[in-house]
Design a protein around this ligand. Structure first.
Ligand code: ATP
Ligand code: MG
Length: 368
């Protein structure tokens, strides 16, 4: 699929813009602090449901503005579409093709893109929450219902933890109430587990092939889903039973600990390179290659599941790759749509990029 246009008012440092993209390689080019990442951030909101770097949407409102409005026009194999998102005061509105949407889950799954930005190195270097977040965002684009289920799971988890806190304060808590939250948790957990297990199975062969290509066959990546479910179970009811059993059996231990010790909120995705845990042993160059392989693999899974490649958004990362890997990316992605940001333009000119000059929140295409 491709994005044809991005327009915004009152968003970050963008007073008003209307940016047109071409199907192949697009470059947002400009000095530091001009609005390159701001544009990618606005676009990616439509894939992820929220900003990848703001803690809350209020930060996105331009200084001194009352609110913002952003819109993308895209095209996929079914035709053209548009998505809009605005925030004025407490009033939040999402629209698809001009029609109001009820919530963020309804917005997901229409415009699919893969974002790769410097902080993504945390997927390899950081704690398990970074990898869970990578899985959650990637899966939500393929299965929009996943996000709703995950947030329902988190609510059940919070309620159960709340009861543990009451107990710790010496308040009376009916144990059947804890078990009833355990049942809800187990139910949502079973769906999350199956989605994650399936997703990792799909992702792994692509990541392996891509990393092998990037490293000239030297490196082999292995992705292992680390969850509380030890055997590979494919039946939802059986998984639900397993989780419920775990929560019942460990209820008193969890009461003493004051938190829920089991469930998908503690999952991890183990990333091994040639048998070694990449978090502990990968060099910086290897970490970069692994994240690149995961991101490109994410695009392949989207293609597999939806029949179309997503839009690739690369924020500042290509310039950090060495020449060989940069060429690998640009040639591997070939005719797909890529939007990259960079302070340099020379190399991308050679690739025939559509160059958009970014300055003070204004975007001017060199072709106009
Ligand atoms: P770099 O090359 O350094 O990554 P960039 O072009 O990607 O730069 P952006 O991250 O897009 O820069 O930010 C551009 C400017 O937007 C920054 O100067 C920042 O202060 C400003 N900015 C951020 N949030 C807001 C906001 N809510 N209102 C107005 N300006 C903002
Ligand atoms: Mg930037």
């Amino acid at each position: 699929m491709i994005i044809k246009n991005f327009s915004a008012t009152g968003f970050r440092n963008i007073e008003k813009c209307d940016v047109t993209f071409t199907p192949g390689l697009n470059l947002l080019h400009g000095k530091n602090a001009q609005g390159k990442t701001n544009a990618l951030e606005g676009i990616y909101i439509f894939s992820r449901g929220k900003s990848f770097r703001a803690r809350e949407d209020g930060e996105l409102v331009g200084f001194g503005k009352e609110g913002f409005h952003i819109r993308i026009d895209y095209e996929d194999k079914t035709g053209e579409g548009s998505l809009e998102y605005s925030l004025f005061g407490k009033e939040r509105q999402r629209k698809r093709n001009g029609y109001k949407l009820k919530g963020v889950s309804e917005m997901l799954g229409s415009f699919r893109s893969v974002l790769f930005y410097p902080d993504n190195l945390e997927i390899v270097k950081g704690g398990p929450e970074e990898r869970r977040s990578f899985l959650n965002v990637a899966i939500s684009q393929c299965y929009p219902s996943y996000l709703k289920c995950y947030s329902d799971y988190k609510k059940a988890l919070e309620n159960r933890n709340c009861l543990f806190k009451f107990l710790a304060k010496g308040l009376y808590v009916d144990k059947t109430e804890i078990d009833s939250w355990s049942y809800s948790m187990a139910d949502y957990a079973s769906y999350i587990y199956l989605m994650r297990a399936e997703y990792i199975k799909r992702l792994a062969p692509h990541a392996e092939k891509i990393l092998s290509e990037i490293s000239g066959g030297a490196e082999k990546i292995q992705l292992v889903y680390d969850s509380d479910i030890e055997e590979d179970i494919a039946d939802r009811e059986a998984v639900r039973e397993e989780y419920f059993k775990l929560l019942l059996e460990n209820r008193d231990r969890e009461c003493a600990a004051g938190v829920s010790l089991f469930g998908p909120h503690r999952d991890d995705l183990k990333i091994k390179i040639s048998g070694l845990d990449s978090r502990l042993y990968a060099s910086q160059g290897q970490q970069r290659s692994v994240v690149l392989a995961l991101k490109l693999a994410e695009g392949e899974v989207i293609r597999e599941m939806t029949g179309e490649y997503p839009v690739y958004l690369f924020d500042d990362v290509l310039s950090e790759l060495d020449q060989r890997r940069r060429e690998y990316v640009l040639s591997a992605l070939g005719d797909r749509q890529i939007i990259i940001t960079s302070c340099e333009s020379e190399e991308y000119e050679r690739y025939g990029a559509n160059i958009i000059e970014v300055s003070g929140g204004e975007y001017v295409s060199a072709h106009r």
